[in-house]
Design a protein around this ligand. Structure first.
Ligand code: HEM
Length: 433
């Protein structure tokens, strides 16, 4: 029998635990109840405070001048030798890094952050994103066309969620189809570097990220040159022609911008989509509700993002000493905001452990909040809406056909493989005349 959970024996940060057991909801509940600002100094070189309550995540996120995003973006074991101990999964790195691997929105602070965000923000507004609807509708339809031609068994990630998010992003970045596979490899290596499957042979997680970054930077340098010569309406052209304080973006910041869009846009939506289907499989009553009332699709998408919370954590660092819930935090110490824990806080969500596609209100924090609120939220919502709308229309029955394979990561809740069995809806005979 498993021992009773106590603050002393829980683990919320080891990537292999996430791969083996999924999210540690019982551990987060214990933290929310007994130690909402909990000093964590186990299995990491640089300790952090785990923040698990909704109100605290909101309060901290909404004060970007006091709680800054740099220098530690997140707790990522093994990939950040300056900040985290590589005690698990990879041999200790001898490399000490003085400059960050990237300089992008997620490690910028006011006033610089807003200036950089403005470069791309008009491209991502809900209205602007709506113009991608026909394209996303078509990509999703074609993937489902291919799926229903198979024998009724597939890996949902390989057949649908990975190619869907990848194609949408590649179109948005102006990356030609023959290079999509490269994007896929690099994003897996950057976002999933703590997973042995994605680590380059003989390399540590940190080295894997660094090498993938090099390749991605090189690739996007060429794309930026092309866009400068002949601008398109893709986002790389927008950034390549963007200005900060009247000047073009320096090369390092420009390439980091491309990188964050590729990585942030790929892994997260893919995992929300896979986790969303799993939630519908595990909650047939909710699936039935959606079938009966397809108008619930937007609220279902919100609940899927709350339920799956694909980004597990980001850090904030106070620039002066602060006190939160009686806990003194010194300037420079790290607070780690656990979004899935906040999204199950019973002070905010009625029956937080129930998946309800018509939850209202649903102020979920899956996309974060405040200054760094997810730039791609409207795009992610559109992709998820289109996928589940078409799925419900075209697939009659579906179930898991084997165990899920999860990512070794305490940063992103990833699903690597999800075998499903399905039966397409009978298609109506084409109308004559
Ligand atoms: C379900 C899918 C997604 C989830 C759950 C998600 C989640 C998040 C979270 C939690 C943050 C940090 C918020 C904060 O610190 O307050 C974030 C930031 C960001 N996301 Fe997303 N994201 C998703 C999809 C996307 C997509 C599709 C893109 C772009 C194509 C994208 C681009 C970004 C960018 C650029 C930032 C940094 C914003 C900033 O620092 O100002 N995300 N996202």
């Amino acid at each position: 029998m498993a021992p009773d959970l106590t603050l002393e024996n829980i683990d919320i940060i080891r990537p292999s635990n996430y791969a083996a057991n999924g999210y540690p909801y019982a551990e987060w509940k214990l933290l929310r109840e007994q130690a909402p600002i909990y000093y964590w100094d186990r299995s990491v070189q640089n300790p952090f405070y785990a923040v698990t309550r909704y109100d605290d995540v909101v309060w901290i996120s909404k004060q970007p001048k006091l709680f800054q995003n740099g220098p530690r973006i997140a707790v990522i074991l093994g990939s950040d030798p300056g900040a985290n101990a590589p005690r698990e999964g990879s041999p200790p790195e001898g490399v000490q890094l003085n400059t960050p691997l990237f300089r992008q929105l997620l490690n910028m602070d006011p006033p610089e952050h807003a200036k950089y965000r403005r470069v791309a923000s008009s491209w991502f507004t809900p209205r602007a994103i709506q113009r991608l609807q026909p394209e996303i509708e078509r990509i999703t339809r074609e993937l489902l066309d291919r799926l229903v031609e198979t024998d009724g068994e597939a890996d949902f990630v390989g057949a649908i969620t990975a190619p869907l998010t990848l194609s949408v992003l590649a179109e948005m970045l102006g990356v030609p189809r023959e290079d999509w596979e490269l994007m896929f490899r690099w994003t897996n290596q950057i976002a999933g570097a703590t997973d042995p499957e994605y680590q380059s042979p003989g390399k540590t997680a940190f080295e894997t990220v660094r090498d993938a970054r090099e390749s991605l930077f090189k690739y996007f340098s060429a794309l930026v040159e092309k866009s400068r010569a002949k601008p398109g309406d893709d986002i790389v052209s927008v950034i390549a022609h963007g200005k900060v304080d009247g000047e073009p973006l320096p090369a390092f910041e420009l390439l980091s911008y491309c990188l964050v869009l590729v990585v942030a846009g790929n892994e997260t939506t893919r995992n929300a989509a896979s986790g969303g289907l799993l939630a519908l499989i595990e909650h047939p009553g909710e699936l039935e509700k959606l079938r009966r009332d397809p108008g619930l699709i937007d609220s279902a998408v919100e609940e899927i993002v709350r339920w799956t919370s694909p980004v597990i954590q980001f850090c904030r660092t106070p620039i002066e000493d602060v006190e939160i819930r009686g806990q003194k935090i010194r300037a420079g110490e790290n607070l780690c905001l656990f979004y899935p824990a906040a999204n199950r806080d019973p002070e905010v969500f009625e029956e937080p452990d129930c998946f309800r596609i018509d939850r209202d209100p649903n102020p979920q924090l899956g996309f974060g909040i405040g200054e760094h609120f997810c730039l791609g939220a409207s795009l992610a919502r559109l992709e998820l809406r289109e996928l589940f709308r078409q799925w419900i229309e075209r697939i009659d029955q579906f179930e898991l056909a084997g165990p899920l394979e999860r990512l070794h990561s305490s940063f992103l809740g990833g699903v690597k493989q999800m075998p499903i069995r399905f039966r397409p809806r009978e298609t109506r005979a084409p109308r004559s005349g």
